[in-house]
Design a protein around this ligand. Structure first.
Ligand SMILES: C[S@@+](CC[C@H](N)C(=O)[O-])C[C@H]1O[C@@H](n2cnc3c(N)ncnc32)[C@H](O)[C@@H]1O
Length: 203
């Protein structure tokens, strides 16, 4: 079966709203989590690397995981042409594939969790992959009415209720779970707010 993101990969970055949204997520993340130059990070659902490539100059190494080989191929080309050498690219879906070896200092995931059927399982994997005191940063849609996606391929959640997701993050073992407004996505004349959830694996 083809992955619908493969078909959209080549034109993904053309949409300036996506680039604006990623800039908002990046700013919110940097306000919440002081990135360190010796960190190894994981970006889950990295796509074409809009966020990975923004983070890469601030950290030691990034592992970009995504279930769409097409999206990752675009990321690989962008990294190569920008001379960015500290990103490892790995196709995968943590619901079915083994994760890369950790530990990581930070796991980030932007606009991917609503495409993941088993959120709890993936949060548990994030927890296991983090070093003690490692940080989690997840950006996604606030609860929406189903109008965000015009083609609901692989959409398993219509955004997230903050209270429910906060409980799931805490049940995975994280502490210091906090939410902040991160960005907005504009579509069809409507605005869809995004949150950034941050948390920490206990030391
Ligand atoms: C909406 S895009 C976001 C991409 C990127 N994070 C960004 O902000 O531009 C969602 C990404 O998650 C990936 N994805 C969807 N389900 C996934 C899963 N179960 N495991 C890993 N990646 C997944 C898709 O291939 C796609 O690249």
């Amino acid at each position: 079966m083809t992955n619908p993101f493969d078909d959209r990969a080549r034109s993904w970055d053309d949409d300036s709203r996506r680039r604006r949204m990623t800039a908002g997520i990046f700013d919110a993340l940097c306000r919440r989590i002081p990135l360190q130059p010796d960190w190894n990070i994981l970006d889950y659902g990295a796509g074409t690397g809009l966020l990975t490539l923004a983070l890469a100059p601030r950290i030691r190494h990034a592992t970009a995981v995504d279930s769409s080989p097409g999206m990752l191929a675009v990321l690989a080309e962008k990294a190569r042409s920008a001379g960015v050498a500290n990103i490892e690219i790995r196709p995968g879906d943590f619901q079915t594939d083994p994760p890369p070896p950790g530990p990581f200092h930070l796991v980030v995931s932007a606009m991917t969790l609503h495409h993941v059927r088993d959120v709890e399982a993936v949060l548990n994997t994030f927890f296991r992959l983090l070093a003690p005191a490692g940080r989690l940063a997840v950006a996604d849609l606030e609860e929406e009415d189903g109008t965000f996606h015009s083609t609901p391929h692989n959409v398993h959640h219509l955004g997230f209720n903050r209270c429910i997701l906060a409980r799931q993050i805490a049940e995975a073992g994280f502490e210091a779970v906090e939410f902040t407004a991160a960005a907005e996505s504009e579509k069809n004349g409507r605005r869809y707010p995004l949150f950034l959830a941050t948390a920490r694996r206990p030391a």
